[in-house]
Design a protein around this ligand. Sequence first.
Ligand SMILES: [Fe+2]
Length: 400
Amino acid sequence: MNPFTVFAYRFIQKSLHVALFFIKMPEPKRYSLLLDLPKCLEEAKVHKPLIVCDSTMAKLPSMAKLIGGLEEANVPYAVYSGVVPNPTFGCIKEGLNAFKENGCDCIVSLGGGSSIDCAKSIATLVAGKSDDLARFRGLLKVKGKLCPHVAIPTTAGSGSEATPACVVTDEEHSDKFAIESPKLIPGYAILDDSVLEGCPKKLIAATGMDAYTHALESYLNCSRTGKTKAYGIKAMQLLEKSLKDFYDDPTVQQSRADVQLASYLAGVAFSRAFVGYAHALSHSLGGTFHIAHGLANAVLLPYVVAAFGKKAYKKLARVSDAIKLCDANLPNEAKAKAFIAHLIKLNEALGIPKTFEGAYKKEDIPALVEHAYAEANPGYPVPRILSREELSRILDEAMG
Ligand SMILES: [Fe+2]
């Protein structure tokens, strides 16, 4: 890697790190029951929520329970249940119309990352008095004060209930982009683990490892703070304690609650300290070959961490100590290598393959790397900036 390029990237990352100390990054107020919703709305001094979800969620018992709680408390509401995966301009505009036509004054999102992102986008359009999302594309472009948003995640992994960003798809121009602003962080997050009870095993594994990747990548990054370190470590400890149990038996309440909290904490951590190459490569693979985000992260994580070499030994040794993986007296290098081997075993225990098993070919790698390199640089403050050749080697090793 050219040392001048590395210097320039590090300078930009350091400047961003300093600038972020002057930007307030609020944390959502947490509640733990679906039936706490009327309390949240009363606290936010709002009267009529638009509930944003997808058509499947609209028929599930969690939705019935949420609505039952509102009716019991005599709170009027409207429902928009047309959210699609990777929310499109079309579905966000439908949600905006539902918000306006029903005279709503706040939003409740019930679902995975797509529903929460759709809700953030609707709130952005309402506050910006516009129906053109492209105006808000990028960093700090959101205008006005957003209406209160209560996020209720029904998967444990994306951490979207705590993050200052949403990703939207412009279906007309085949474009997908992020809107990023601390204003997008929901004011309230209801973490009710009962919504996770029917979660399929594959989803638990993929979303759980997505949360693990948020926690570990943010912990390894140079822009971490005392808070993001503590949240990242706590998230990894909770996932070590309970992800496998949750995967084995989603009816065990404590393991569901632990993984749900881990996802939230990891979401707060990476909002401030960013993610790294596992995410950059995973977005690239997801965009081209539609490989699920969490699964791609899980497969890539051991390869990416190993590629950092001795630059990451000390931090990986700390993680190894925090999860009590091996003898605390071992040298950092041994602890780091034991941790990487442990990640591979954890994936195996969760039914995640070691490689992508030929989902892409060698000739696809240069384009995939180009996309990932552009995403990661100069923004991601990774422990060691990798060259295109090193990223190619990771995809080559993980190809299978
Ligand atoms: Fe992620």
